[in-house]
Unconditional design. Structure first.
Length: 365
């Protein structure tokens, strides 16, 4: 009896130890998503909850068409109702719970609630949702024969140059390795490379890789990626083949500070040049001051004193008045303040020792 009790107690202790380990293993398998209702109509709402995510991670919840948890969202976010999506942040344990309005996606069902991380390490999970009243069509058939799969992580090779610092389009090379897991060769596969900024949908561009990939073989693919001029911020480069997104690579683009420096110089140099041109025009059209002097400087030739020339004039007989002498006034004296004016206005003195004696002749009575 005692042996059976001990065995039962030992099994109970082992069960208590195994349950937490099983729970942690389930959480380690990846993030999960649960819905409060598996079917809802447009205009209603459902509660989306999840666990196993990174702590304090920003997630985006979308209702997408032409998708299943097994195949994922075939058409990418272009198949989702992006306008009615909701963002949510996980707690310290990596769990979340938030209501999501139900709206019809732009493509037919089957539909899922697609939850994916916005930044940092990529993670996503889907849960099946039936949108009442929305059209349902079968998923496109998978391509038979050759089947590509990404074998290594993608990376972006290249760096920004001086022209990019002044607003030139940033460019990189998307490098990844793919393998043919099918039974037939794949000739010149056409990939779709998309770039997206923030939570916006990517803009896809078809790029063909010239070559043939035999079954069981692998090859390194290099595809050019280019953004628009002046682009900066956090971007995401997505790779899609056969309607399925194969990989996503974050890309942080620095701000083109050369453009900012250019506009700062323009705002400083142009007003200074206009000011100098205006001052030059004002200097030319401003009238001269009295005496022919300009306001910006004195010209020495204009200040040269012009001394009068003294000539001896013979007085004719019968001349009662002599011709008035012409004198010049210095520019800094007025006629009233000229020190020589008093001498000219006063009568001549006969007793002046320095006065010249002027001979006079009397006319006939």
């Amino acid at each position: 009896m005692n042996g059976k009790v001990r065995t039962t107690a030992l099994l109970a202790v082992l069960a208590l130890l195994v349950l937490p380990l099983a729970g942690s293993a389930t959480a380690a398998d990846g993030p999960t998503v649960r819905l409060s209702k598996s079917q809802a109509g447009t205009g209603g709402s459902i509660t989306v909850s999840g666990s196993g995510w990174r702590s304090h991670a920003l997630l985006m919840m979308l209702i997408c068409g032409q998708a299943t948890p097994a195949r994922g969202v075939i058409g990418g976010t272009n198949s989702c109702a992006n306008a009615d999506g909701r963002a949510v942040t996980t707690d310290a344990k990596g769990a979340f719970s938030k209501q999501l309005p139900v709206s019809e996606p732009p493509v037919p069902c089957p539909c899922v609630v697609h939850v994916a991380t916005v930044e940092g390490e990529k993670a996503q999970a889907d849960a099946v949702l039936q949108v009442a009243g929305h059209a349902v069509e079968p998923l496109p058939a998978e391509a038979s024969g050759g089947r590509l799969s990404v074998l290594t992580d993608t990376r972006l090779d290249g760096s920004s140059g001086l022209l990019t610092w002044f607003g030139a389009p940033p460019s990189r090379t998307l490098v990844f390795t793919v393998g043919n897991a099918g039974t037939s060769p794949i000739k010149s596969p056409v990939f779709q490379v998309g770039t997206s900024h923030g939570v916006f949908a990517p803009e896809w561009e078809d790029q063909e890789w010239r070559g043939t990939l035999a079954p069981g073989k692998k090859a390194q693919i290099k595809l050019p990626v280019e953004l628009s001029a002046g682009a900066h911020g956090d971007y995401t480069v997505s790779l899609k083949y056969g309607g399925k997104v194969l990989a996503e690579q974050p890309w942080g683009v620095g701000r083109p500070w050369g453009v900012t420096l250019f506009w700062v110089l323009v705002c400083l140099v142009v007003p200074a040049a206009v000011f100098r041109a205006g001052m030059a025009i004002v200097d030319r059209v401003r009238p001269r001051k009295a005496g022919g002097l300009r306001h910006r400087g004195l010209h020495l030739p204009e200040l040269t004193l012009r001394m009068p020339r003294f000539t001896t004039q013979k007085l004719t007989t019968g001349a009662r008045e002599s011709a008035p002498a012409t004198t010049s006034t210095l520019p800094w004296f007025t006629p009233d303040s000229d020190p020589n004016a008093a001498g000219r206005l006063s009568a001549p003195h006969d007793d002046s020792p320095t006065s010249p004696t002027t001979p006079t002749r009397k006319g006939p009575p």
